[in-house]
Design a protein around this ligand. Structure first.
Ligand SMILES: O=C(O)CCC(=O)/C=C/C=C(\O)C(=O)O
Ligand SMILES: [Fe+2]
Length: 304
């Protein structure tokens, strides 16, 4: 599923929130019926837990806590550490080098899906897997597929009811700082200086204003690309994951915007599912949502 800081902030029209809410409720029903006893969550970070001074392409958390950005729930996740180490070892055994964090800070990218599906971020044991999708340069998209496949094979060998989640937008280009940002912002995204309360407030206001102006068509942000979003979703829905190996990072930025690289969380999640064989999509939602600055999609899928 997609995420958006705007989901927890004032601005988006009630009809849009209701529409997205219905899609999330359908996913919640599916998850409730499945009743997972373990969640593995592929999610990006937006300079709340991972910083340029040491930016791994992937990182498995053996303990994690939500930072509470954009009004999301803060506090500890229930991470089964031994299992998380096993998951990292499975990735290494498949030649995918993941980092390990014994104290991972996670943001709305991780917390929103947990809150949407379970109501509480500590409701189920969860292994968070950070997938760098924002801090360029990025690993090739193929690496996300290989990571997901390795983790999927490991999970298939456990006697657990596992829910694999991917969290990220499709085409979208919200205002996210980068290495060309001013020095005080670099302090934060390179060295991880925690934002002051005032700075957090200012970022929140900036995102609200950006979304309003984007929805009016006056923002200097790359437009959403529903056609590209459909192409991504078709590939995922049809299980044609290996095709994505040919997609370049430059092409993804060009077509979908700077944050479209969050599709690698979807790719990792579907690759993990595909490790058990062909899969079938159960529930399905897509809507270009400028008020959320996101091509917003939800999918649930099961092995055939
Ligand atoms: O440091 C900042 O101000 C970051 C802004 C930010 O966190 C934006 C996040 C947007 C998404 O998560 C998204 O649309 O995927
Ligand atoms: Fe994001």
């Amino acid at each position: 599923m997609s995420h958006s800081p705007l989901l927890g902030l004032p601005g988006p029209p009630p009809s849009l929130l209701a529409d997205v809410g219905t899609a999330l409720a359908a996913a919640r029903d599916v998850v409730r019926e499945y009743d997972p006893d373990l969640v593995v969550l592929f999610a990006p970070d937006h300079y709340n837990g991972f910083f340029y001074r040491l930016m791994p392409p992937f990182c498995v958390g053996t303990a994690a806590r939500g930072v509470g950005d954009y009004g999301t729930q803060s506090g500890e996740l229930d991470v089964p550490a031994e299992l998380a180490y096993g998951l990292a070892e499975a990735a290494w055994a498949a030649d995918v080098d993941v980092a390990v964090s014994t104290g991972m800070d996670v943001d709305h990218g991780t917390v929103q899906p947990l809150a949407a599906l379970f109501g509480d971020i500590a409701a189920r044991p969860v292994v968070p897997v950070f997938v760098n999708s924002v801090a360029v340069p990025l690993a090739p998209l193929r690496r996300a597929r290989l990571l997901g496949a390795a983790i999927g094979r490991y999970l298939a060998g456990l006697d657990r009811r596992v829910l694999v989640l991917g969290s990220g937008g499709l085409s979208h280009d919200p205002p996210v700082p980068n290495l060309a940002s001013p020095p005080e912002v670099l302090e934060r995204i390179v060295h991880g200086r925690p934002p002051t309360v005032g700075e957090r407030q200012a970022r929140q206001s900036a995102v609200i204003e950006a979304a309003a102006s984007f929805a009016r068509g006056t923002a200097d942000l790359r437009p959403l690309n529903p056609e590209w979003d459909r192409r991504v979703l078709d590939v995922l829905d049809q299980g044609r994951l290996a095709e994505l190996d040919g997609w370049t990072n430059d092409g993804i930025t060009r077509e979908g915007g700077n944050s479209a690289h969050e599709i690698r969380t979807w790719v990792a999640a579907f690759a993990a599912l595909a490790a058990t064989g062909p899969y079938q999509v159960r529930t399905s939602y897509y809507r270009p949502a400028p008020e959320l600055i996101a091509g917003f999609a939800v999918r649930t899928a099961f092995p055939r």
